[in-house]
Design a protein around this ligand. Structure first.
Ligand code: GLN
Length: 492
């Protein structure tokens, strides 16, 4: 007897291949679960039931013909920031309500090539700006481990849906921590690949020099599987790296004997929850017991990362979001002339956090301030990256907590943007440096809330990250679905 809920992607694929299960059955199973549980969780903005059933039927046909693809017939949820042909894509913003892209993002094209089933669109902070998913214009997603708490953000819908077993896996995006932080707070695996490793073509841009797409999964093996499908060069994205994609699965199960793990003293900061610190330290011991050597490293300029990030990301956002003016996309509010139409559309269409960032970004780019803020931030960004370069001369991976605290209460930080911004203090430097990093579950605090450990790698070295994350996961084995979301299991 196999309960689908406990199957990872490879196991699901085995059942599909052996014809013990069809993709139509599996898709129906997930759609039913979403109906049952998502009223409470609100992780999906919309399901795409009809499309899902069509894709599942098509997958079953391909399976019957003997085709074998890593995601053939596997139902995934998609963060509502990835353009999908014929499917409403809103970025959780009023301004894009009703926007139906005429083309697929490259990642969606790649998933389709591999035969995935599109279950629905996952909630997020509006335009991916936030750390709690409370900035969605449409709904507040809950943390499956405690529904009075946030799931993290901005890919909160992705993390909550995967954690509660409302899809096999999901895609998210990460500009300053938006995959890793919600993954950590919901006890799932989330990876931000190296900048340029996954094409951003068709990803609705927030901060183009930082944005990356990545998997949110139940375990490390699924993460490797999806990564293999979505990575690779794309001529449609000028920042895409033309390097071959390794077989990420091959690094799982390899020994880590002799691997050097760097621990940056600046990342075990004051104000951090004690349980978070202890749990990450325990996991470092696991790596050590498996033969890794621990080396202290220093990343002194990370102290400035949050300040630098909020100059760079707001500047880029103010420019990227200039296109939403009521002319081409989504919402339009009419006015007596075109200027008034712009004003009314943008006033009504954007939420308050997005407006705050557009205003900040316009300010730091304006003449007279550009040198003081934007240029300066770029220089400090280089120093942050150089710190990592230096640290990586002494180690192969760097380990830190993902987030200084476990999931906070809904509403707790909404009135205080600065405290909210500080939620990402440990993930933001990685985006500024363009490095790959994973969040892997490493324990629970005294009240039962999940804790994530961050493993950062050298550019394009996702394989070594996965190798170490797999070792931790094997010993901790935490990829369970919370008990209250286990009802209506389906067995084959
Ligand atoms: N929480 C960060 C922000 O608000 C990061 C968001 C993200 O990675 N998309 O900008």
């Amino acid at each position: 007897m196999t309960d689908f809920l406990d199957c990872d992607i490879a196991e699901t694929r085995e059942l599909l291949k052996k014809k013990e299960l069809t993709s139509v059955e599996l898709t129906t199973f997930y759609l039913d679960r979403i109906k049952e549980h998502d009223v409470e969780l609100a992780s999906y903005l919309r399901t795409t039931e009809e499309l899902a059933m069509q894709m599942a039927q098509e997958a079953d046909r391909r399976i019957a013909m003997g085709e074998d693809q890593p995601l053939l017939g596997v139902p995934l949820g998609i963060k509502d920031i990835l353009c999908t042909k014929g499917v409403e894509t809103t970025c959780a913003s009023q301004i894009l309500k009703g926007f139906v892209p005429p083309y697929d993002a490259t990642v969606i094209g790649r998933l389709k090539g591999s035969g995935f089933v599109h279950l629905g669109r996952l909630n997020m902070d509006e335009f991916a700006m936030g750390s709690s998913t409370e900035n969605s214009s449409f709904q507040v997603t809950k943390n499956p481990w405690d529904t009075t708490r946030i799931p993290g953000g901005s890919s909160g819908g992705s993390a909550a849906a995967v954690a509660a077993g409302l899809c096999s896996a999901a895609l998210g995006t990460d500009t300053g921590g938006s995959i890793r932080q919600p993954a950590g707070l919901c006890s799932v695996v989330g990876m931000k690949p190296t900048y340029g490793r996954v094409s951003r073509y068709g990803l609705i841009a927030f901060a183009s020099s930082l944005d990356q797409i990545g998997p949110v999964t139940r375990n490390v093996r699924d993460c490797a599987t999806i990564l293999r499908v979505i990575c690779g060069h794309d001529p449609l994205d000028s920042t895409s790296i033309p390097e071959p994609v390794p077989d990420y699965l091959a690094s799982l199960g390899r020994e880590i004997q002799g691997m050097r793990i760097g621990l940056p003293k600046e990342y075990f900061i004051e104000g951090m929850d004690r349980d978070v610190k202890e749990s990450v330290e325990q996991s470092v011991k696991i790596l050590e017991r498996n033969g890794a050597a621990i080396v202290p490293v220093s990343l002194p300029h990370s102290e400035y990362a949050v300040a630098v990030y909020y100059i760079i990301c707001t500047a880029e956002a103010s420019s990227n979001l200039a296109r939403y003016d009521g002319v081409k996309y989504g919402m339009r509010v009419g006015g007596k002339d075109i200027i008034q139409m712009y004003k009314k559309t943008r006033s009504a269409g954007f939420g308050s956090e997005v407006k705050r960032r557009i205003i900040l970004g316009t300010y730091v780019l304006s003449s007279g301030y550009y040198d003081a803020y934007y240029r300066k931030a770029g220089q400090v960004r280089t120093l942050i990256r150089q710190d990592f370069d230096k640290a990586f001369e002494r180690c192969d991976l760097i380990v830190t907590p993902v987030s200084p605290t476990t999931a906070f209460k809904i509403g707790e930080r909404t009135e205080d943007p600065l405290t909210m911004y500080l939620s990402d203090i440990l993930t933001i430097p990685v985006n500024l440096a363009g490095l790959p990093a994973i969040s892997v579950p490493c324990g629970f605090d005294a009240t039962g809330l999940p804790i994530g450990m961050q493993i950062i790698g050298k550019p394009l070295d996702e394989s070594t990250i996965l190798q170490a994350a797999f070792v931790v996961e094997q010993e901790i084995g935490l990829n369970k679905i919370p008990e209250r979301f286990r009802s209506r299991g389906y067995q084959s």
